[in-house]
Design a protein around this ligand. Sequence first.
Ligand code: SAH
Length: 199
Amino acid sequence: MTTVPQDWDSAYADGTPPPWDIGRPQPAFVRLAERGLLSGRVLDVGCGTGENTLLAAGSGAEAVGIDVATTAIQRARRKASERGVAATFTVADALALSELGQVFDCLIDSGLFHVFDDDARARYVTSLGSVLRPGGMGYLMCFSDREPGDWGPRRVRQDEINAAFADGWEIVDIAADAFDINPIMGASTAQAWLVTLRR
Ligand code: SAH
């Protein structure tokens, strides 16, 4: 297992939910689900407490969520059983997805890509490619350089997204979208890029 630089588990163990843990799926992913795009074998990478995974499962996907934060995975499993939704949640490293020994039709990343520095970002993209079947789709939402200020995660520019997925991926679309967040300094949304990828 690769060493993960930040102590993600403490973000969940603190009591107050972290800004991204809104207790419901991100609206951008709800729209994808409504279009029937979260289907087949779906992997939600960096799933947190699992709202987007459970959204996919509730839309008929065979959904798996992975995260490094054990507390988040425990909470996701509890939600699945409380809601009677069948989904699998596993503690795993997004930088070593091939260790899952599984291949997926569709990947979800809501708020993970933008946590990595340049070196880890390259390893992350390789890791994603190792578990997505040829022709499989990825839906990735990250912080955007359109978001002012410097609180929260790293801002990502479109040209960085193009560069990161230059090898072995087709970037189908990069659309301006937004994260819903728990209010932080009066804001309840943050500017995002919603990236549609094909392997
Ligand atoms: N997708 C979730 C969480 C986004 S926050 C949501 O929308 O609520 C980013 C998540 O990535 C956190 O849960 C963090 O624990 C997880 N994470 C960070 N680095 C990771 C890594 N290397 N492997 C797997 N998960 C990681």
